[in-house]
Design a protein around this ligand. Structure first.
Ligand SMILES: *C/C=C(C)/C=C/C=C(C)/C=C/C1=C(C)CCCC1(C)C
Length: 256
């Protein structure tokens, strides 16, 4: 099983690598395009993390494996989107907004699912937790997209997006999810949950800040907005998964 999975992960990575090479032939990155360079750096970090999570999946205790799989799916999906996003950027110099939101629409619910899975790895968790986090996510992203793509007033989109985010924060701090984690009596879970919650608070705050400066105050250009979103994705997708991996590795019963 472990061997098969590793083979699968390596094949997937090789295939992704091949498509990456194809892109490199048609798109030339200018040496002074720092935004383009940030797209390339983050895409490669996402590729490496994907390989890492899929291979490491076999070394964590059984109850934590699904969380590590989901971490690898998040970085894998984002890797593919980053290849498209960097092409859009390098070729047109425009923000790849629609690819970004498609990526967020898939990866953010998966990240939310992680809160549920880490709780479920230790105790029974109520599926209401998952659904409430999902509703908050959809409100946040749909509001933000409608605002960024100018379907609705940018301030209205922002307000709707913030409401969704606050609902998520309420759930993980004071709602059922937060209470479950606090009561679990499992040190690794409490540590991981606390760190994941900090990422969703501090790391995620970068996106609405980018939105405000990029669309509402008019004080920032597409360059800064994209560098900020790219750096935020690095933290919120890769570091988030590594925190879960570290918690899983500190649990008794892991494979040697
Ligand atoms: C991997 C991608 C992640 C974790 C993306 C997260 C995106 C957000 C937390 C976006 C939040 C927004 C608001 C809170 C309000 C305004 C609009 C958004 C969508 C930028």
């Amino acid at each position: 099983m472990g061997k098969k999975l590793k083979l699968f992960a390596l094949t997937a990575v090789a295939l992704m690598g091949v498509s990456g090479v194809a892109n490199a032939e048609t798109t030339l990155l200018a040496s002074d395009d720092f935004v383009g360079i940030s797209f390339w750096l983050v895409s490669m970090a996402l590729l490496a993390s994907t390989a890492f999570f899929f291979i490491e999946r076999a070394s964590v205790p059984a109850g934590w494996r699904v969380s590590i799989t989901v971490a690898g799916l998040v970085t894998g999906i984002a890797f593919i989107h980053y290849m498209y996003m960097r092409d859009v950027w390098v070729m047109t110099g425009e923000s790849p907004t629609v690819y970004r939101y498609i990526d967020w629409l898939i990866t953010v619910p998966l990240l939310m699912l992680e809160f549920y899975f880490v709780l479920a790895a230790v105790n029974k968790a109520n599926s209401g937790i998952f659904w409430r986090l999902m509703i908050g996510t959809l409100v946040m992203l749909i509001g933000g997209y409608l605002g960024e793509a100018r379907y609705i007033n940018t301030t209205l989109g922002f307000v709707i997006g913030m409401a969704g985010w606050f609902y998520i924060l309420y759930e993980v701090f004071s709602g059922e999810a937060g209470k479950n984690a606090a009561k679990s009596g499992n040190k690794a879970l409490v540590t991981a949950f606390g760190a994941m919650r900090m990422i969703v608070t501090v790391g995620w705050a970068i996106y609405p800040l980018g939105y405000v400066f990029g669309y509402m105050t008019g004080g920032m250009d597409a360059n800064s907005l994209n560098v900020i979103y790219n750096a935020a994705d690095f933290l919120n997708k890769i570091a988030f998964g590594l925190i879960i991996w570290a918690a899983a590795m500190s649990q008794p019963g892991r494979a040697k």
